[in-house]
Design a binder for this molecule. Sequence first.
Ligand code: SF4
Length: 333
Amino acid sequence: MIRIDDNKIFQIIESNKPSSIALNGPEPLLPKIQMVSDEIEKKYGIISYIIGERSWGSCDLNLQAAEMLNADILFNIGHTIALDNFGNKVFMINAFDDISFEEVASKCADTLKSKFKNISLVTDSQHIHQIPKVKEIFEEKGFSVVIGKGKGQLNDAQIFGCEFYPVHNISNKIEAFIFLGQSRFHSIGVALSTEKPTYMLDPYFEEFLSINEEAEVVKKKSILSIYKALDARKIGIIIGLKEGQFAKIKALEIRKELTKLKIETQLLAFTEISNEKLQNFKEIDAFIQVACPRLGTDNYFSKPVLSTPQSVALIKLLKKEPIEEFFKIQHWL
Ligand code: SF4
């Protein structure tokens, strides 16, 4: 069960004494966020707004909505990062899943011990507190377990869908990565950015699975999109309007490179990028988006939609240079 750290919310309200607050988080947490909101209004007699827009991460705080509502504090729930707050307006609140990994970790360790000696554990924000316990289980079964150091917003052993510093720092020292949690999205990211054997530990079904084949499919589709974009006469370069995904400078740099290569471009800006919206731009043959690198890899688009690493590969191909492992980097932006 996911448990929101509502005590931290109450402490912040008691010390900051806001007259109104806003709450935001990932969609699956909204029912619990509603309960917290009711409790805040009852306990403190202040206004509590629930921002119903999705929040995909600390890159997507919906701060503009909180400002329009004139809320004194915005609580972003469920995206634990290395920072507690952004200034005195935005506070990050933990929402940890208390499901046990003991069973599935033991099963995985017993199966993998004949294959690997040195492994690393990695996870997302919901399961970060489980790392020490799972480390102990693997060590008891004879593994040497390395925990990668965090960087920027990432805690030790934590990754985002596009940021992989803790796994890169140690990739040459270990033989396999074990991802804690039921997230193919994150596990595939680890496999693509390290090219190492990667396993996903699913505590709900108490099973573990190798994710490298699925990662290979994502990679092949991404390469195919790049080759399709090679034939584009006009490319739309999309700037994301979410505060943590705003990369106008990068978009302008890419445009400059493409202009030098005699490719016609048009600059576009969106808050949410979808296939439906892109279909309005009929004369554009392919898109490059510098917002969330996982949009093109994890969603369906009828025309090529490249992320920043794919655009680097496209530019290399246009210059008749070989493309390297474009996803095997620490940060896909
Ligand atoms: S993958 Fe996308 S949603 Fe996730 S942290 Fe990166 S930019 Fe944000």
